[in-house]
Design a binder for this molecule. Structure first.
Ligand SMILES: CC(C)(COP(=O)(O)OP(=O)(O)OC[C@H]1O[C@@H](n2cnc3c(N)ncnc32)[C@H](O)[C@@H]1OP(=O)(O)O)[C@@H](O)C(=O)NCCC(=O)NCCS
Length: 186
């Protein structure tokens, strides 16, 4: 499995492949994908974008992708989570976790390729040699493979049972100091 960095042009040029993997991994309905595409196009303009893809070498097909960027005021997720952590744990906690943070926006592995270490390699690749102090993300507040992967890499819960504005299922917001645990073992 080849993990490759897409760069901003490659990220935008390969959005349809990434959306197809997203749909399969999240069991999303096709109707959900256009709004996800708009979000990804907006994210492409964020500072410090790093986008990785896993390419299956025999078929040369993209089978997984992940991307992150530097969190900053004015970004929807950053501002919502900053306020929620400030309310729950104090302004100092929000500053510590979010003022110098890389935000892991998406990590998705096609179901046919899960549980082979690809997700772990992607998260370690996103966070390797970053200048930021912390990494933060949100994931469904459930005992999922994603949650176990993030815990194994040293992420802890900053918020649980968190419902983003607009409703939807409860999420956990997780954070880790950089470099991640396990980073030196790869
Ligand atoms: C979460 C996800 C990205 C993990 O990628 P992956 O390539 O399957 O994970 P890895 O093979 O690197 O496994 C790393 C760890 O994840 C956990 N994990 C992965 N697959 C698992 C499974 N089927 N059952 C239980 N735990 C699992 C384990 O903790 C595993 O550690 P181990 O190797 O010691 O068993 C992938 O399962 C996925 O795309 N899921 C659906 C989409 C999703 O939830 N994305 C994350 C949104 S925040």
């Amino acid at each position: 499995m080849n993990i490759t960095e897409l760069g901003r042009p490659g990220f935008l040029a390969n959005l349809q492949e990434q959306l197809a993997i997203y749909g399969a991994a999240m069991d999303a309905s096709p109707g959900d994908l256009p709004s996800r595409q708009v979000i990804m196009e907006r994210h492409a303009g964020n500072p410090g974008l790093r986008a990785l893809a896993a390419i299956d070498e025999p078929s040369q097909q993209m089978v997984a992708f992940a991307y992150c960027f530097r969190g900053a005021p004015g970004q929807w997720w950053h501002d919502v989570v900053w306020s929620a952590i400030a309310t729950a744990a104090g302004v100092e906690a929000a500053r510590i976790w979010l003022d110098d943070a890389v935000e892991i926006a998406e990590v998705h592995v096609h179901p046919d390729f899960q549980a082979r270490g690809i997700g772990r390699r992607l998260v370690l690749g996103l966070t390797a040699e970053r200048s930021e102090r912390t990494a933060v993300l949100s994931t469904r507040d459930a005992d999922s493979p994603a949650r176990r992967l993030y815990r194994q890499l040293g992420f802890s819960d900053l918020l649980t049972a968190f419902v983003f504005p607009g409703g939807g299922p409860p999420y956990a917001v997780m954070g880790a100091q950089l470099p991640l645990e396990g980073a030196s073992a790869t």
